[in-house]
Design a protein around this ligand. Structure first.
Ligand code: S3P
Ligand code: PEP
Length: 455
């Protein structure tokens, strides 16, 4: 199991982080890659297993820092999570015995790391047990938007306090669980993160009156992730009505124990698929789900718009890069945006990414980080109010800082395929969702043809 130590990676602040020489592709790749399990599905099903009416099993789940933090949090709240042999390529299955909300327990301190799913999904769960739960995380976690979850719990009658009894607006804070939450109609502003909606929906069935959640404010981002939450809830027998935009009604009731196989992480498939475009090669991903709520299914249209040939046959997605990478305009790419931006920086035409203002509240301010790192290599990227403009430029080698952000690190790796002399700082930060990344990348690079010219 991956450890939970993280580095803080801000240029100039932590100069001693190791540099990873990003492999440069000497020719087109011809690789087949399978990716570890979805972070978003793994952590949703873990939460639901902890609330279910009996023991559950997760098959081929993700094993990474974010899932380890979720497992640790659930154990601290009283669930039992056991690793058992499975048939996944990336680690054991998990068996989960739910927590007993009626068992009162002593104060416990939960480390959220930098995991949005842990810092947003677990506090409402802690409200359902009797006892105090303290939440904190990595240094940057204290900058991530949390106010909506705190205000939601307070509105539901659950005390949440910071040191000295202050009402907090961010981590760290303590949730004083009462063992029971009445629920009912709750109005929130979820414009900073879809995870606020998902967090409350995941536990809503266990509120005495269920939950009628209403969003008021600027549009909720990453709507695909809310669709995922709704579908996952329905799969375990929870009734959710999402027929009215910005309203979600979760009926009170039982969460059925389950035996669930986790799809591979299609967002994390992105850097490997992007490698096909960056090297004018071919990358295949078997077991691509025929139907999915994962936002990563958008790779099929995104990469085609950038000039790749994309096909899905017999469950294998095949992407072949074109003669050059085309610039394009993309709206609402959510967590895919750093990978898209790396490809845009290698494109022959301009690109505009819109609808991603909330990325400023992700693992780092991703808009600022992408502009800084693309331009550091000689690129031409600019921040807009809600996204990025990236124009063609000739890139050169240099250091890509990763800001403790797994997707900044993988974006650096993509740039390094096509630009000689790129070094990525702290590649180990990919352990947030894909500890195997450096090995998988090296294996993929072994397939590079050396008799062709890709760059
Ligand atoms: O619920 C989830 O699993 C996620 C929701 C999204 O969060 P935001 O709505 O904050 O973008 C996404 O970016 C994140 O990587 C995972
Ligand atoms: C935004 C992300 O993560 P988190 O779940 O920590 O919000 C991400 O993985 O891109």
């Amino acid at each position: 199991m991956t450890g939970t130590t993280a580095a803080t990676s801000e240029p100039g602040k932590a100069a001693s982080l190791p540099l990873w020489p990003a492999p440069y592709a000497k020719g087109p790749l011809d690789a087949t890659v399978t990716v570890p399990g979805s972070k978003s599905l793994t952590n949703r099903f873990l939460v639901l297993a902890a609330l279910a009416d009996g023991p559950s099993r997760l098959r081929a789940p993700l094993h990474s820092r974010d899932s380890a933090l979720m497992i640790q949090a659930l154990r601290q709240l009283g669930a039992t999570v056991t690793e058992v042999p499975g048939d996944g390529d990336y680690g054991p299955d998990l068996e989960i015995t739910p927590l007993d909300p009626s068992a009162s327990s002593s104060t416990t301190s939960i480390d959220c790391g930098l995991a949005g799913t842990v810092m947003r999904f677990v506090p409402p769960l802690a409200a359902l047990r009797s006892g105090a739960t303290v939440f904190d995380g990595d240094p940057h976690a204290r900058n991530r938007p949390m106010g909506t979850i705190i205000e939601a719990l307070l509105a539901l009658g659950v005390p949440v306090a910071a040191e000295g009894g202050r009402t907090p607006s961010a981590l760290p804070f303590t949730v004083e669980g009462t063992g029971e939450v009445r629920g009912g109609h709750l109005v929130i502003d979820a414009s900073a993160s879809s995870q606020f909606v998902s967090a409350l929906l995941l536990v809503g069935a266990r509120f005495t009156e269920g939950l009628h959640l209403e969003h008021v404010g600027k549009p909720v981002p990453s709507l695909d992730h809310i669709t995922m939450t709704v579908e996952v809830l329905r799969s375990v027998g929870v009734t959710v009505d999402d027929s009215v935009p910005n309203h979600w009604r979760v009926s009170p009731g039982t969460i059925k124990a389950f035996d669930q196989r986790i799809e591979q992480d299609l967002s994390n498939a992105g850097p490997f698929l992007a490698a096909a475009l960056a090297t004018r090669g071919t990358v295949r991903i078997p077991n691509w789900p025929a139907g999915t709520t994962q936002v990563g299914d958008m790779w099929r249209s995104i990469l085609a718009a950038m000039g790749a040939t994309v096909s899905l046959h017999d469950g294998t997605l095949t992407v072949t890069g074109g003669a050059s990478i085309k610039g394009a305009d993309f709206d609402e790419t959510s967590e895919l945006a750093p990978t898209v931006a790396a490809l845009c920086a290698l494109a022959t035409g301009p690109s505009r990414l819109t609808g991603i203002a909330h990325l400023r509240g992700h693992e780092t301010d991703r808009l600022a980080a992408l502009v800084a790192e693309i331009n550091r290599l000689g690129g031409d990227a600019e921040e807009t109010a809600d996204g990025l403009v990236i124009r063609p430029a000739t890139l050169h080698g240099g250091v890509v800082h990763s800001y403790a952000d797994h997707r900044m690190a993988t974006a650096g790796a993509i740039l390094g395929l096509a630009v000689q002399g790129v070094q990525v700082e702290d590649i180990a930060t990919t352990s947030k969702t894909m500890p195997e990344f450096p090995d998988m990348w090296a294996r993929m690079l072994e397939t590079a043809a050396t008799d062709g010219t890709s760059n």
